[in-house]
Ligand binder design. Sequence first.
Ligand SMILES: CC(C)(COP(=O)(O)OP(=O)(O)OC[C@H]1O[C@@H](n2cnc3c(N)ncnc32)[C@H](O)[C@@H]1OP(=O)(O)O)[C@@H](O)C(=O)NCCC(=O)NCCS
Length: 205
Amino acid sequence: MNNATDSLSLWQQIVEDWNANGRDWTKPGFRAVAVYRFGVWRMGVQSIVLRAPFSVLYRMMFRKVRNGYGIELPYSAKVGRRLIIEHQGAIVVHGNCVIGDDCIIRQGCTLGNRYLDRPLDAPKLGDRVNVGAGAKILGDVVIGDNACVGANAVVLNNIAAGETAIGIPAKILKRKPVPEMAVSANDVLSLEAAMAAPSAQIEEK
Ligand SMILES: CC(C)(COP(=O)(O)OP(=O)(O)OC[C@H]1O[C@@H](n2cnc3c(N)ncnc32)[C@H](O)[C@@H]1OP(=O)(O)O)[C@@H](O)C(=O)NCCC(=O)NCCS
């Protein structure tokens, strides 16, 4: 994940998120991310006295999103650009979680700790990670860029970049071998050449 959110104003970040979330400001997912961005932004206000009213406002909005939409996305998590939260309900993101750019999480997803005695362990998602509905990613696991987590999977181990994990406990999806093509690429080229030849002769005449 790059830290490009640092170089964007709060407004620019929220506009990006709005675009990513279907340009619909009424979507709970967009609202949750906007409140998250505000929560992070207000921590940049150096004076505690000046920050206090923003913090009160943030906590009110955080609770409203959590209690109303069932989306817990605390400001202490590290979230990249353009996070998409599809739908709402039972979405829990641990405060130590890292989420890269252009990730998607959906209803029923938990990105949380695995053991009660290791409360600070949290998943780290790379860029463009696609998390299916109802998936649970638990503990100090790393999910690589472009990885996919199937709906309702329970991920307890790292997933390498580009892999898809499904099931409980989640296993890497092994692709079935694609049957060999009856016609090879060379056959197609020679067929094209054969078809082009007569027309070339006609043009010469
Ligand atoms: C995991 C997922 C991305 C796989 O997509 P894919 O790479 O196109 O894989 P396929 O659909 O070809 O399925 C490959 C195999 O995995 C199985 N599979 C797919 N998704 C699965 C899942 N979530 N859990 C268990 N098995 C799954 C299929 O049955 C298939 O098994 P088979 O080879 O024995 O027939 C997709 O199925 C998924 O779960 N997407 C989540 C989408 C979502 O949450 N939508 C909610 C919108 S509100």
